[in-house]
Design a protein around this ligand. Structure first.
Ligand code: ADE
Length: 232
């Protein structure tokens, strides 16, 4: 898979790209990630990429021309499955959307300013808009990194233990059950006997029960409305 990320602050993405799973996935050739600096397509001597909004109001808006030039150039080089704009004004990212995107070949992700981009850019090029939650961040770089991480770890070969992504929280509309490792007892707290029993069927049943219990306590909305997990 190839992921192109368009950003006005590409330095913000550096550490993310060198983080273990992503680095391993890149080393294994499972994913290629390219970062494009929108300023390279900025207008005039000062490489301007944003401007005041028509009609007045606080906050700068990303201009249509630099982004249109950059996106058009990339589109002329390959076909993109999705051109995604990270914005709080969108459907919230779910595991189901990450699963779907992990099956694609070419993704472009635009990390924008909070105040947004000129609507004409959205009309011309954006095929999907994704929020990472009902709160506002100062830029789209962290959201772009979150989306890329959620997608990349699902690509076969990206993780050392391929079954583990499938047992994540949300993969079956439930939160993940508790996990333990050695020692079997710590400060008086014991690992549940069933996990030490070696009985795989009993262990699977216990995990299922715990997952349901946790979901009921923490996120009952998922049980009442499992379709939440299936919307983009
Ligand atoms: N940009 C700013 N806030 C965001 C959010 N919550 N999700 C996606 N992009 C954003």
């Amino acid at each position: 898979m190839r992921i192109d990320i368009l950003s006005a602050v590409p330095q913000l993405l550096d550490s993310f790209l060198n983080y273990s799973i992503i680095q391993r996935a890149k080393d294994k050739g499972v994913v290629e990630i390219y970062i494009y600096d929108i300023h390279d397509f900025g207008k005039g001597k000062y490489k301007q990429i944003d401007d005041y909004q028509y009609g007045g109001g606080a906050g700068m808006v990303m201009m249509v021309e630099p982004l249109d030039q950059l996106i058009s150039q990339l589109k002329s080089e390959r076909k993109y499955d999705e051109i995604i704009f990270m914005t709080p004004d969108a459907h919230v990212l779910t595991q189901s959307v990450a699963n779907e995107l992990s099956l694609t070949d070419n993704l472009m992700i635009l990390a924008g300013h909070y105040k947004g981009v000129d609507q004409r850019l959205r009309d011309l090029h954006i095929t999907r808009e994704i929020s990472i939650g009902d709160y506002v961040l100062s830029g789209g770089e962290l959201p772009a990194a979150v989306l890329a991480d959620a997608v990349i770890r699902l690509i076969p070969g990206a993780m050392s233990d391929e079954t583990s992504a499938l047992t994540d929280s949300f993969q079956n509309d439930l939160l993940a059950p508790p996990v333990y490792t050695r020692p079997p007892e710590f400060k008086g707290l014991k690992v549940p006997d069933v996990l030490l029993s070696g009985n795989h069927q009993k262990i699977a049943e216990w995990r299922e029960q715990q997952a349901e219990k946790m979901t009921r306590e923490i996120r009952p909305d998922l049980l009442d409305n499992p379709s939440l997990q299936n919307k983009g």
